[in-house]
Ligand binder design. Structure first.
Ligand code: C2E
Ligand code: MG
Ligand code: MG
Ligand code: MG
Length: 281
């Protein structure tokens, strides 16, 4: 029982909060050794052309399999890694692994790697990307980095300049989860993103008949078109959702309807089948 009972204190004991704090502490300790214990690996989710279903590339998605706790979602442990200053080594491992694995695919399929804002602002990041491309042999144009709007949030960090240095390497940039965070259309016009990724919440909203969600997808597609960028609809789960985002003009689609995130061996097989099919066509 809480000592605060009846005491009229400003805060009262919240068992839920306590569990969360304890869980975070336990996970943080486990995460510190996850890399060295080989508990992390990448899955790859196909991204396809909305027009003809052709393979456009893959998004690398981090997975953590803990021997005791099982699979832990990146939505849970990435924010934890950012708070605990573990995102730099984990993010570096993700980048190196994705580039080395994608370099072995026997086609020009692109690999997209999520980069957290914390990681992007580290002074060595551009050098890390340069070095990783050289070591893996992956051509720069086959690497895409996914960043979120929060990269522009911190004033005076030179985000636009840093993104320009990355673009100068010949890589692609995409803007992830667009519309869910702070959006500054000014920044959007100052950075040469190849693709704007429309968050699943809008795809879902639109398929549920929400007019605002439809209006937002339309507006983002129009904006992207006028800036010479393409759009990827995220989280497309059904044929109906696919038809809807296609009608709204999205250029690429990604979601369970086209494929779940796959282990690396299955990804290689899919790449091989896709390049054989396009060679036969
Ligand atoms: P994200 O970058 O927006 O990635 C898309 C998320 O949507 C992935 O979740 C993917 O598995 C999920 N998804 C794909 N298709 C569908 C669908 O049809 N329906 C639904 N409901 N979900 C779908 P995941 O793998 O759990 O990753 C969650 C988030 O964690 C990612 O969102 C990204 O922000 C972050 N993340 C994942 N891997 C990394 C990484 O290597 N580095 C960093 N910094 N963040 C990562
Ligand atoms: Mg992403
Ligand atoms: Mg996303
Ligand atoms: Mg998303």
């Amino acid at each position: 029982r809480s000592k605060d009972d009846g005491g009229g204190a400003a805060h009262s004991y919240d068992p839920q909060l306590h569990v969360q704090a304890e869980e975070r502490r336990v996970l943080e300790i486990a995460l510190r050794s996850a890399l060295e214990n080989n508990q992390l690996h990448l899955n790859y989710q196909p991204v396809v052309s909305a027009q003809n279903g052709g393979l456009a590339g893959f998004e690398a998605l981090l997975r953590w399999n803990h021997p005791e706790f099982g699979n832990i979602s990146p939505a849970k442990f990435i924010p934890l890694a950012e708070d605990a200053r573990l995102i730099a080594p984990i993010g570096e491992w993700v980048l190196r692994t994705a580039c080395h694995e994608a370099a072995k695919w026997d086609s020009g399929a692109r690999v997209a790697v999520n980069v957290s804002t914390e990681q992007l602002h580290s002074p060595n990041f551009v050098e890390l990307v340069t070095q990783t491309l050289a070591q893996s042999g992956l051509p720069a144009e086959r690497l895409e980095l996914e960043v979120t709007e929060s990269v522009f949030l911190r004033e005076g960090t030179g985000a636009v300049k840093m993104l320009e240095r990355l673009l100068a390497l010949g890589i692609k940039l995409s803007l992830d989860d667009f519309g869910t965070g702070y959006s500054s259309l000014g920044y959007l016009s100052r950075t040469r993103f190849s693709t704007i990724k429309i968050d699943r919440s809008f795809v879902q909203g639109a398929s549920q008949g929400k007019r605002e969600a439809v209006a937002i997808i339309r507006a983002v597609v129009a904006l992207a078109d006028s800036l010479g960028m393409s759009t990827t609809a995220e989280g497309v789960e059904t044929e109906e959702e696919y038809h809807m985002v296609y009608r709204l003009g999205c250029t690429k689609v990604q979601g369970y309807y086209f494929g779940r995130p796959l282990p690396v061996e299955e990804t290689r097989e899919l790449v091989a089948r896709a390049s054989a099919a396009s060679a036969a066509a």
